[in-house]
Design a protein around this ligand. Structure first.
Ligand SMILES: [Mg+2]
Length: 416
């Protein structure tokens, strides 16, 4: 039996949200569709996806919707419908799982698959990629692009290579040929800042980067330098991780006005941590990573994470670490903040250990656990908006009250 040389497939849906909307409204087929809230009603709206017609005008995701409208005055703005896309994503992920259990979703419309050992059932990895593309289109009328390569890093580069509706197979012997002319900005983990630093050193392509020694790169860029040396040679040893690790719980808030007040921001972190902790407790899950996302008024976005080796469900663990990360991020930035998000990842279910949250005893946590236990009771009985921190900032209170109003409205409708 022939061993699969390129066992890793990266699948990426083509302009996913826009494609779903176009499928559902065929009259928009040739129109520039932009998934974002209407910039006239909401000047702070951001583009989440642009269809391929809109991209010809220079519209890109993460761009402000106002800017997108300036570039493309004919653009049809459609407010994102997250539930619809999530339902569609479920169908697509199920199709991927029908080929192998080794599926690692990266986002709502992207995933890695490891098809090693599947050849008997489905054929070569190229056969599998073709079958996936066909099956997804047949079931959803949506197109995707796939990259097939010896590892995750290369597979992701390949799926981008022939978009939309493309398949790129990278033979292990062709890796260097493929990488050499590539812009260094395309290397995984190289953002605008690192790219300009590399350019200053006269490094523009992977070929330029390959001329640098490992010790030079490591000295200059620390850990990232070592990684650059490997990635320039197409080396990436990360395994395809199945579902559990890719999951996370997070909340983020875009403020009506940019915020610089540290107390206010910490208040958001505390309240958000309470909410996340409650979710973890209700599912009996521990998180081993706490992370934070900050978007400044200039749109510069930074995320930082911190590992808690033993895992936690406690709000205080989440908030203390998140506040510390927030401090690190804002120390050198004099700008105000537009968006703040807190999240946990690396989740492990406690069920297997037959332990509930209140069974695991650590004396210092005892008090907090008691408090949380009674708090959970109140929240379950009287609803999410019944208790909040005295320090909760208005953005949190407004949302809770809005949620309460919506629920009451729904209840009324149901009773009718
Ligand atoms: Mg995509």
């Amino acid at each position: 039996m022939i061993k699969i040389e390129c066992p890793i497939i990266h699948m990426d849906m083509d302009s996913f949200f826009a494609a779903v909307e176009k499928r559902d409204r065929p009259q928009l087929k040739y129109k520039p569709v932009i998934i974002a809230n209407d910039p006239k009603a909401n000047p702070r709206a951001v583009v989440s996806t642009a269809c391929y017609v809109a991209r010809k005008f220079g519209v890109r995701s993460a761009m402000s919707a106002v800017h997108a409208q300036r570039l493309c005055p004919e653009g049809v703005f459609i407010a994102p419908n997250k539930n619809k896309y999530a339902d569609e994503s479920k169908v697509i992920m199920e199709i991927l799982h029908s080929f192998t259990p080794a599926v690692e979703p990266l986002s709502i419309d992207e995933a890695f698959l490891d098809v090693e050992g599947c050849e008997k059932l489905w054929g070569s990895s190229l056969d599998i990629a073709k079958k996936i593309q066909h099956k997804i289109f047949k079931k959803t009328e949506l197109t995707c692009s796939l990259g097939i390569a010896p590892n995750k890093y290369l597979a992701k580069l390949c799926s981008e290579y022939r978009k939309p509706n493309g398949i790129t197979y990278l033979h292990p012997e062709k890796v260097n040929e493929f990488l050499l002319p590539m812009d260094v900005g395309k290397i995984w983990g190289v953002g605008a800042k690192l790219k300009s630093e590399l350019n200053k050193l006269g490094i523009y392509t992977v070929a330029d980067l390959q001329k640098c020694s490992q010790s030079f790169l490591t000295k200059r860029f620390n850990k990232m330098g070592t990684q650059l040396w490997s990635l320039a040679r197409g080396i990436d040893n990360r395994a395809v991780e199945t579902v559990q690790k890719a999951q996370s719980i997070s909340r983020e808030y875009t403020f009506k006005e940019d915020i610089i007040d540290g107390d206010y921001l910490r208040g958001v972190v505390y309240s958000t941590s309470d909410e996340i902790s409650r979710k973890l407790r209700s599912k009996n899950i521990k998180a081993k990573t706490v992370y934070i996302k900050v978007k400044f008024s200039s749109h510069k976005t930074i995320t930082r994470q911190y590992a808690i080796s033993s895992g936690t469900m406690l709000s205080s663990d989440i908030s203390q670490n998140a506040v510390r990360l927030l401090k690190d991020i804002t120390r050198f930035e004099k700008q105000s903040i537009r968006l703040l998000g807190v999240g946990v990842a690396n989740l492990t279910s406690q069920q297997s250990a037959q332990l509930s949250f209140f069974d695991y005893t650590d004396k210092k946590d005892e008090k907090e656990k008691k408090l949380l236990e009674s708090l959970d009771e109140v929240l379950t009985k009287y609803g999410e908006s019944s208790v909040f921190r005295a320090s909760a900032p208005n953005v949190i209170m407004e949302e809770k009250l809005r949620g309460k109003a919506n629920r009451e409205e729904n209840n009324k409708r149901v009773k009718k």
